[in-house]
Design a binder for this molecule. Structure first.
Ligand code: C5P
Length: 285
């Protein structure tokens, strides 16, 4: 049995952190959006045992630390299915440690692919619950689209689709460590927060300008100074006519939203001259 699927990246249109919870995780309020940048995942199951992962990237772990391996283990444990060897090939296009949910979407894709392959009919809520055991962003990636995520990221509310637009994404040269950045957040010291209610209203009204004006990520305020070119990239995106530009997740990737493809193309070409990891994408709903 063999299935190949696309696993799509996400961006955080807004990201707010409410508090640190007793388990050390943070309580978030974030609006997430799937975009048309994807990894290609092939899952093959045959009689036998064991899990083999190929990513083509020597620095990615291929053991239990790999989120795709975690997804296999969680699926087989939950369903009680045994006697299969699983081989997973991941053609990576989504940059790693970039705030684009690359690992999480791979994990969700493996989970959903195994559910389809073994006809286990787990359904969205079980897949989301299993996804949460794999990583905080995995539940979102089970169905993707435009969603509000609360709690660790596992409490999901479907939102109206973002209006059609063009999204230019650029990853600065240096990566950020997610736990490190969460460690720098002091909830009581956050000075500015996204207007999530206004953002939800703008989404409800299909008002792309209103959405773009309200894009905000509290992580940007705790980025180590001088370490990232987040501001430079934002300025280029805005200079090229973006309706708004912001860092996604725990970064460091930055994206800008455009209603005009020629502006987006121009931003992409300008950034591409300086940065290796640039992408011209669209929302996937
Ligand atoms: O769940 P995941 O493994 O993706 O989280 C990576 C790290 O990010 C966690 O170990 C934790 O330090 C941090 N995190 C957090 N609060 C969240 C999500 C992640 O503190 N809601």
């Amino acid at each position: 049995m063999i299935i190949t699927k696309q696993a799509f990246a996400k961006i955080n249109i807004s990201l707010d952190i409410v508090s640190k919870m007793a388990d050390g995780y943070h309580d978030l309020i974030t609006v997430m959006q799937t975009v048309s940048l994807s990894d290609e995942i092939t899952v093959e199951c045959s009689p036998g045992d064991g899990i083999k992962i190929n990513t083509g990237l020597p620095y990615l772990p291929v053991d239990e630390r790999n989120i795709a391996v975690k997804a296999c283990n969680v699926f087989f444990k939950h369903t009680g299915i045994t006697g299969y060897r699983t081989e997973i090939n991941i053609k990576k296009e989504i940059p790693v440690s970039a705030g684009l949910g690359g690992g999480s979407t791979d994990g969700a894709c493996v989970l959903c692919t195994l559910d389809e392959m073994f006809d286990t009919g787990l359904g969205r809520s079980v897949l989301e619950r299993l996804g949460c055991r794999i990583g905080s962003d995995v539940p979102f990636s089970v169905t993707g689209g435009t969603k509000l995520a609360n709690g660790r990221g596992e409490i999901l509310t479907d939102l109206p689709d973002i209006p059609h637009c063009h999204i230019v994404i650029c990853k600065p040269r240096l990566s950020c460590s997610t736990p490190e950045l969460f460690g720098l957040i002091k909830c009581e010291k956050i000075r500015a927060r996204p207007d999530t209610d206004g953002l939800l209203k703008a989404l409800g009204e299909g008002d792309l300008g209103g959405v773009a004006r309200r894009m905000y990520n509290v992580f940007e305020d705790v980025l180590p100074r001088g370490k990232h070119d987040v501001e430079d990239i934002k300025n280029i995106l805005l200079d090229c006519g973006a309706l708004g530009a912001v860092m996604t997740g725990s970064g460091p990737s930055v994206f800008g939203i455009y209603d005009d493809l020629s502006y987006a193309n121009n931003a992409y070409e300008r950034l591409k001259a300086e940065y290796n990891e640039c992408y011209l994408t669209e929302p996937v709903n």
